[in-house]
Design a protein around this ligand. Sequence first.
Ligand code: SAH
Ligand code: SF4
Length: 366
Amino acid sequence: MKPTQTDTLPVLTGLRRAELEALVAQLDEKPFRAKQLEKWLFEKTVRSFEDMTDLSKAFRQKLTEQTVLSPHTIRQKISSRDGTTKFLINLADGQTVECVTIVQDHHLTACLSSQVGCTVGCPFCATGLSGFRRNLSVAEIVDQFLLMQHAVQQGALKEFSDHDRISNIVFMGMGEPLLNYDRLLAAIEILNRQIGIGLRRITISTSGIIPGIEKLMQEERDYNLAISLHSANPETRDTLVPINRKYTVATLLDVAKRYADHTGRRITFEYTMLAGHNASRENAFELAEALRGIHCHLNLIAYNPVDSPFQAPPRAEIEAFQRIMVKAGFPTTIRHNHGQDDMAACGQLRIQSVDNNEQPLPMVKA
Ligand code: SAH
Ligand code: SF4
């Protein structure tokens, strides 16, 4: 797509408080205007300057000419029977990205993407199989939340839930969040300080980017960390999570332990169950041995079929795995596969609905 003049203008939904204040000053407006603007953008989630009714016409005119509120729109929305709703978002350059709302009894959780595609290339993941295009900008990350929050406020989920606001965020959509570190943290700052989601309600899921985890630890904030482990065996993990060749599972578990000890927060390990690869009793014993001494919680996820040769193990095998882990002292849950009836698991909506003229992406090494 050709760049247009608006490509160079600041996108307001990606501005942190100090940046918004600086912009307001630059537009020759009083400082309190920044607060007003922030309220319209992030609390009331309006999508046009006209709706910002307490701003002067002159100010709105300046905003229209010199900024972009947000160029992003919802292209498609699919709900499954349990209320899990996937949104496909149009980005300004013609790319698309997906995000999801998950309805639970006490929470409404938003699952956000951090990249278009992913360089890590896990062979059982639709995003990994699609290759990598680019990192998302701060505004593109925050706007997934705002577009879904706006839709929720407009009643998009009313047949499934009484929630009128999103309460929790997980970075478990497309992409590897810690490979887009600075933008991820800037987006989280907006979600936390300007939108009001507590840091303890925000979870970053990583395939094990060790320098990113180290850096996160040094931020001294309460981020919840989830690590996609999928195997404690080095050879198996090399194939399931190819970044393991660079950041080995032994080093990863060491940094996970330090993260848990340092932050006092329990780490979540995610473990997608793949028949014949990581789901046997022996695999469970090996995992229990490897996790010894780490303050953690284990999430077993049945493989959700995508266009790959993998298969989910029978339910009884997953339950046997869970029993071994619980007996070894690890709190272990089997994660319900939200939205499976409409292929609504992470990474799948885009694959299914994007125009046919979009070619599969080349793999790029992480
Ligand atoms: N890139 C990050 C976050 C996105 S993926 C990460 O890997 O942690 C969120 C979770 O869904 C990861 O644990 C991932 O391994 C898992 N996942 C991906 N494809 C899956 C599939 N087809 N079935 C079940 N889980 C899958
Ligand atoms: Fe990337 Fe996560 Fe998918 Fe692996 S599971 S390819 S890290 S999005």
